[in-house]
Design a protein around this ligand. Structure first.
Ligand code: TXA
Ligand code: MG
Length: 316
């Protein structure tokens, strides 16, 4: 049986906070489902989340925070956002907001979007862990991609096993379904995922109708429609085996003559952790951009999905 399940006590929460600070992964209870948590600003740790879940694409992840005040430096917050936060937080309601914090270390957690997705969970262990870690904790549900979200520590152990450094056992999750996700980036409020807070309660509070997105956030109906990624503004050539002309060349593995290398040693997790930041640097440089082929396995699937979309934009 797994031995990385820990009881809840002060010592273990401190230990888990240390794991987060040091770039590890901690599964922790929330009122909805268990989350697979990492320091939102540590892109290597965030890459490890995608790898552990086995996702074929980068999905924006929810940042879990413990104080509403934190929002102001992180996202664009108006009265509507504040009122919703004060009324429904802590609780199973997640906001998609326009991002203010431009730290490139956040890019992977936001899957390259100009938005951040945030919630304050209603669970003392989750809140304590966030406070002790001193950073927002980014966490998808702590299960393998395409499987059911876990509501006990045992579920997490069965799904992710030793891919997680610590599992904090807070018993069964009270709500048991994921949080409701609403998009607050525009004038209308749009429901992206039904969940723990009822649509009717949100509409009653807001005094307005909420639009319902046709896209399932897990299955965007057409790439780039629901998830508006920012793509490089300059030409972007993928599967490039060498530089042509004065291109800005982003290499992978044992590649000489590149401007930046995603991972000299060919480590796909390391490559994922650098991807968005390197694409920004390349785009700011102003030359056309080329990138080495990336093996289509492990996190390479997600990297290829992302760069194919970035390159495709130039064809339309
Ligand atoms: O209850 C919950 O929300 C749990 C606990 C751990 O907090 N978390 C959770 O995260 O369910 P996850 O990653 O399994 O589901 C979040 C969903 C994903 O389908 C993601 O694509 C979508 O939310 N999502 C996040 N940010 C988005 C954005 N900016 N635009 C569209 N969809 C977004
Ligand atoms: Mg999930």
């Amino acid at each position: 049986m797994m031995t990385n399940i820990f009881d809840i006590n002060d010592e273990n929460i401190l230990k888990a906070a240390d794991v987060i600070k040091n770039g590890g992964l901690v599964a922790f209870p929330t009122e909805t489902v268990y989350g697979l948590g990492a320091n939102v600003y540590n892109s290597q740790a965030v890459a490890n989340i995608y790898a552990a879940k086995g996702r074929p694409s980068f999905n924006p992840l929810i940042s879990h925070i413990a104080e509403i005040d934190f929002l102001k430096t992180y996202a664009f917050v108006d009265e509507r956002v504040l009122a919703l936060a004060e009324h429904f937080w802590p609780g199973p309601l997640t906001f998609v907001l326009n991002r203010i914090d431009d730290n490139p270390a956040l890019d992977l957690a936001c899957a390259g979007l100009r938005t951040v997705t945030v919630r304050m969970p209603n669970h003392s262990v989750a809140l304590e862990l966030i406070r002790k870690s001193g950073v927002p904790i980014v966490a998808p549900s702590a299960n393998k991609s395409q499987t059911i979200s876990p509501t006990t520590a045992q579920h997490v152990a069965e799904s992710l096993g030793d891919k997680v450094d610590m599992i904090l056992d807070g018993g069964s999750c009270k709500v048991g379904v994921e949080s409701t996700i609403i998009d607050l980036t525009g004038q209308n409020v749009v429901l992206l995922r039904a969940g723990g807070i009822a649509l009717e309660d949100l509409e009653a509070f807001l005094g307005q109708k909420i639009l319902i997105s046709h896209g399932n956030p897990d299955l965007p109906s057409s790439p780039g429609q629901l998830l508006k990624h920012y793509a490089p503004t300059h030409d972007f050539r993928i599967n490039a085996t060498k530089r042509e002309g004065d291109e800005f060349f982003i290499g992978f593995g044992d590649v000489q003559d590149c401007d930046l290398n995603l991972s000299q040693s060919g480590d796909l997790c390391e490559a994922a952790s650098h991807l968005f930041a390197f694409m920004r640097i390349a785009d700011e440089d102003g030359r056309k951009i080329a990138m080495s082929p990336i093996p289509n396995k492990g996190l390479g699937l997600a990297i290829n999905d992302r760069i194919r979309r970035a390159a495709y934009k130039k064809l339309v």
